[in-house]
Design a protein around this ligand. Structure first.
Ligand code: APR
Ligand code: PHB
Length: 389
């Protein structure tokens, strides 16, 4: 078949982009390796910046987000002794919306039929061809038969492990990477949250995060060494550890319940540059990873998609090649700032095995400074609500 844009990957980045292009009458197809149910089974963060909410509003797909999403005006950093509240609304006038990535993905998926966005699920062996030409194409297998999609552009929205990034020659690209010596063990449970806002805690036993999906569903995390497995953390042990790390003021408010989901995710900072090579554009986790501290992953994917849609619409409406050429620099400028914020909040809130008394003193001094300085709190708040696109 022939189309204008072939999107590889039907996660939030691929579906958002597909809808934005269809809304402008641009032909596209989304190729997804998994089933729709599998995609919806992945539990990811749930904090939306304005850029993400605005795209859903622009698409007219914000009804459930409006009804069920919870605007949050602040969040807390706990330093073992006190809670430092970052009042995002007062400091910046902005806020974030707590709404699960799974729910946002579901809203995008459910609108596909109505909006004539074609998504091919269970597309295996997806391969990109001739990306340096103006006539690239993608091949894949469906039900054992090879299919071929000819297009003008391919957009790789296929996450960190997808084939798109790998299609760019190493000689034309650069990777930047930082791995962290711990992972986040997360638990999802149908219990009310312990606090009406998120709490990120740096305790001598390690990191903890109290988050939520709704008034009756909570999401908590602790950091654990990468050598540990979920089996070592039966629910009760995890609840005990959360109570210790979140501290005596918060612990009595924790309601325990059976885990609906429990998993360990490694932490990584990663950037691949440039984010365009010939007729291939990369968006979201296909081009970069942030550690989850700060919940930037989905929001960065959304800002990439915003820039990519702008460039592609410019190209198909006005034959504007410059917009395509500018995509990578525009997207990366914002990516690097989110990378910096996620990295710095990770460094501030975790106990690294290689840290000694000096590094610990630096963390304490920084938390002390944040507690006492409106300027420091404002810097954190404006990054947390999301920098402008
Ligand atoms: N062929 C087709 N699709 C593929 C392939 C492939 N070979 N490999 C991966 N995919 C699909 C995955 O199955 C997944 O559905 O690409 C999709 C990528 O989705 P995500 O990993 O969710 O990445 P993205 O859409 O960029 O979303 C941004 O931000 O919060 C973070 O990591 C979190 O998922 C989140 C991301
Ligand atoms: C989550 O609710 O899953 C979540 C919230 C904030 C983060 C990371 C994850 O920084």
């Amino acid at each position: 078949m022939k189309t204008q844009v072939c999107i590889v990957g039907g996660g939030p980045a691929g579906l958002l982009l597909g809808h934005l292009l269809r809304a402008e009458g641009i032909d596209c197809i989304v190729l997804e390796r998994q089933t729709g149910d599998y995609v919806l089974g992945r539990i990811r963060a749930g904090v939306l910046e304005t850029v993400t909410v605005d795209l859903m509003v622009r698409l007219g797909l914000d009804a459930r987000l409006n009804a069920e999403g919870e605007p949050h005006d602040g969040f807390c950093l706990a330093d073992g002794e006190r809670l430092i509240r970052i009042d995002m609304k007062e400091l910046t006038g902005g806020h974030v919306v707590v709404y699960g990535q799974t729910e946002l993905t579901r809203d995008l998926m459910e609108a596909c039929e109505d909006r004539a966005l074609e998504v091919v699920y269970e597309a295996s062996d997806v391969a990109l061809h001739d990306i340096e030409s103006d006539t690239p194409y993608v091949t894949y297998l469906r039900g054992g038969a090879e299919q071929r999609v000819e297009c003008r552009f391919i957009v790789g929205c296929d996450g960190f492990h997808g084939p798109s990034r790998k299609a760019v020659p190493a000689s034309a690209s650069q990777e930047y990477e930082r791995e962290y010596p711990f992972g986040w063990l997360g638990i999802l449970a149908d219990v009310p949250p312990c606090n009406h806002e998120l709490i990120y805690a740096n305790h001598e036993r390690g990191f903890a995060l109290a988050s939520m999906r709704s008034a009756s569903r909570s999401r908590y995390y602790i950091d654990v060494p990468l050598t540990q497995s979920v089996e070592e953390w039966p629910d009760e042990r995890l609840w005990d550890e959360l109570a210790l790390r979140l501290g005596p003021d918060v612990a009595p408010n924790i309601t325990r319940g059976p885990a609906l989901e429990k998993s360990i995710a490694p932490l990584r900072s990663y950037v691949f540059a440039p984010m365009r090579h010939g007729s291939l554009l990369l968006c979201g986790d296909a081009a970069h990873i942030v550690p989850p501290t700060g919940a930037k992953g989905l929001n960065l994917a959304a800002s990439d998609v915003h820039y990519a849609a702008e460039a592609l619409i410019g190209y198909f409406r006005q034959a504007d090649n410059d917009a395509i050429a500018a995509y990578s620099d525009k997207a990366l400028a914002r990516v690097w700032k989110s990378e910096r914020f996620s990295w710095s909040l990770t460094n501030l809130m975790h106990r690294f095995p290689e840290h000694g008394p000096f590094e610990r003193a630096m963390q304490q001094a920084e938390l002390d400074y944040i507690a006492s300085s409106r300027a420091a709190q404002t810097a954190i708040a404006e990054n947390y609500i999301g920098l402008p696109v």
